[in-house]
Design a protein around this ligand. Structure first.
Ligand SMILES: Nc1ncnc2c1ncn2[C@@H]1O[C@H](COP(=O)(O)OP(=O)(O)O)[C@@H](O)[C@H]1O
Ligand SMILES: [Mg+2]
Length: 253
């Protein structure tokens, strides 16, 4: 009796999961379909704006103003669709052995100029002896970039970002600690909800996408935040036993 009940529950769970996959596939296709006409609209708006830039009459100048609004909204929609596609397509990750230090370093190099301009000091404490983890390097890079950009955006008047990697007994961990504006309670509760954002031009898809990418490799993400003091994100990734065996295998040849 109990066994068939649990079997039922499992079937039900499988059914819901399949429905979910189907809907997210459809949503992805829809987003993709919208991208093409949208880029045609954007391109024509760009051409129209170029024409109107030499405008001499009042009427044409007003026209240019309106075209610029359409351009800005197109751009916003394009970004949103790109972010949305990244969110729904987390199911097809290409997992390989990689180094966490390398990915976070790439991110920090990429944002270093921006950080400098915004008077943000970035302190790196990277453990050079980190073992490898399983990752889709491109997707993990994108997830880390969003976390670091969020931190930078939380420190509009400058601050300090501490980036630390370390080894725990069974995991590889990354801490990102900013001393920015922190999170209100509602934000702390809802930050991983798709489309939840407190930013005027935010998509609200960065954290949910990051979480899916991290959890897809068996990792986890935790957050601590205090309003007016700052926020700490901690990421933890399992060290795959097979990976360590393979590596030692390779080095012994
Ligand atoms: N380091 C941080 N400090 C303060 N708030 C943060 C931080 N990271 C994320 N948040 C909050 O979480 C929300 C969701 O983040 P995210 O999913 O990346 O979307 P977006 O950046 O587009 O708003 C942000 O709008 C912000 O309110
Ligand atoms: Mg973000």
């Amino acid at each position: 009796m109990a066994e068939s009940e649990s079997q039922n529950a499992q079937e039900q769970h499988q059914k819901i999961w399949n429905q979910y996959l189907e809907v997210s596939e459809l949503a992805g296709e829809l987003a993709h379909e919208i991208k093409n006409p949208l880029s045609v609209i954007r391109m024509n708006m760009d051409l129209l704006a170029e024409d109107l830039e030499e405008a001499t009459s009042q009427r044409e100048r007003r026209g240019l103003g309106k075209v610029e609004i359409v351009q800005a909204q197109c751009k916003r929609l394009q970004n949103l669709l790109d972010d949305f596609l990244k969110y729904v397509r987390v199911t097809d990750l290409d997992l390989k052995a990689g180094n966490l230090n390398e990915q976070i370093q790439r991110v920090l190099d990429f944002i270093s100029l921006k950080a400098q301009e915004q008077k943000i000091e970035v302190l790196r404490y990277l453990d050079a002896d980190l073992p490898g983890i399983l990752m889709d390097a491109g997707r993990l890079y994108a997830a880390l970039l969003n976390l670091v950009l969020n931190a930078i955006q939380a420190m509009p008047h400058g601050g300090t970002l501490v980036v630390r990697t370390r080894l725990t007994p069974s995991r590889v961990a990354l801490d990102l600690i900013d001393d920015g504006y922190g999170m209100e309670q509602e934000t702390a509760i809802r930050m991983f909800e798709p489309f939840f954002t407190t930013k005027e031009n935010g998509s609200g898809l960065g954290l949910p996408t990051a979480r899916r990418i991290i959890e897809a490799t068996g990792g986890r993400i935790a957050v601590q935040s205090v309003v007016g003091q700052g926020t700490q994100f901690t990421l933890e990734f399992p060290i795959p036993p097979r990976l360590t065996a393979d590596e030692s295998d390779e080095s012994s040849h």
